[in-house]
Design a binder for this molecule. Sequence first.
Ligand code: NAP
Length: 449
Amino acid sequence: MSGQRTVAVVGAGPAGFFAAQALLAHPDLEIHVDMYDRLPTPTGLVRAGVAPDHPKIKLVSAKFEKTAAHPRFRFIGNAELGAHYTREDLVSRYDAVLYSVGAQGDRRLGVIGEALHGVVSARDFVGWYNGHPDHAQLEADLDVERAVVIGNGNVALDVARILMTPVERLRATDIAPHALDRLSEKSIREVVILGRRGAADAAFTPPEIEELAEMTGARVVIDPADLDIGDRETLPVLTQRALAAMDKYAESDTQPGPEERRITFQFRSSPVAFSGHGRVESMMLGRNVVEADEGGRRRAVDSGEREISEVGLVVRAVGYRGVPVAGLPFDEETGTIANDDGRVRGGLHEYVAGWIKRGPSGIIGTNKKCAVDTVRLVLEDLAAEDSVSEGPVDLGWLEARQPAAVSWHGWQMIDEHERAEGAASGRARVKVCDRQELVALGTSMPAPV
Ligand code: NAP
């Protein structure tokens, strides 16, 4: 097998970059990869999802930069599927199209008062503090005493940490400037993290729970009774480690003082209703019992017991959800594009990788295997058919529809600008959070030839 092939990758997050890397590494086929993204900036959740106080996780960007430096790679930012082009535009021009668009929606709770001002999704809140241009306008009122984060995943811990970390610690990070300003005026004293099941069912991972008190300087409060769960030896090792970290928090025999900043875990509890005049002021909780269903899965079952408490901010961190791509089959249950191990079902040389393939789970590295597995199928199919490609696709067709597309060179100009602003103010970078400004920076100078 030899010759040239062209592949469009839609979505410039980790799964897209890992796929591009695998495609470009093929020893015989000369594959040209065009990576499209709706944002002018690449790296998806590495830029807009990973918490600003976790800079080590962002180091993976260096690998993506290496991939982007490959002569057969092009980045086409600020070009959105559905707005500037359709899947037909891509399948008619490329030998294969791989969608790595992530999970762009979120799960909802479906409870009364969820639409009240002050009840926000983690997608909005995380996007807001990370400077995602679509979420920069969020009106999060942090001048409240008590916030509740719903969910027991790593995103819930990220949100709780950002809400509780003293702002002087966040200043050195790349947190969005507007978030830094607003967080510096916050008056939150307690963040409650609400889990619908028990401590042993929590989805967060050991390092994230272990670091919580140290990173925030806040007291972490856990009722020892919640950790009294019998034989732990049969539980997965990671669960045992997370429980051991929780044991340490629960050891304290003093009650936190009323003024003490704290993060309180409340398990086996679900919101039943939010209420307030114009904005959320209180929450009714239902207490759950956890029971195994017929398949052995532990489920939260409403006990009927109710509790009402005051709350000024609610962040719903109950998981993301993929959204359909026009023309592609969608699995409503899993929120993914229907696929067989990465081949889109009924697709026209179309493939998926990352969260839109397998659902919103795993860490960044999980996407590497996921993308490589899909690329194996892409290569199998590409090798089976002759291609007439004699080089990269001529992008003239897109220029007419989106004259303000941002190239990799354009992104480098944005990057340089942000880093220079950061260096001038003692910060990792100062993110530009306005789409027009990003596009202006990213299209201000043509790439050197
Ligand atoms: P997640 O890990 O799936 O956690 C979602 C949480 O929401 C679970 O505790 C789940 O409880 C709960 N939940 C779902 N529906 C609910 C409902 N109706 N009411 C109450 N609770 C509900 O999702 P995530 O936190 O969004 O994270 C997504 C992925 O990104 C995960 O794989 C995560 O590890 C990863 N991530 C990693 C890092 C990191 O490495 N530092 C940081 C952020 C995210 P049940 O278990 O009962 O369903």
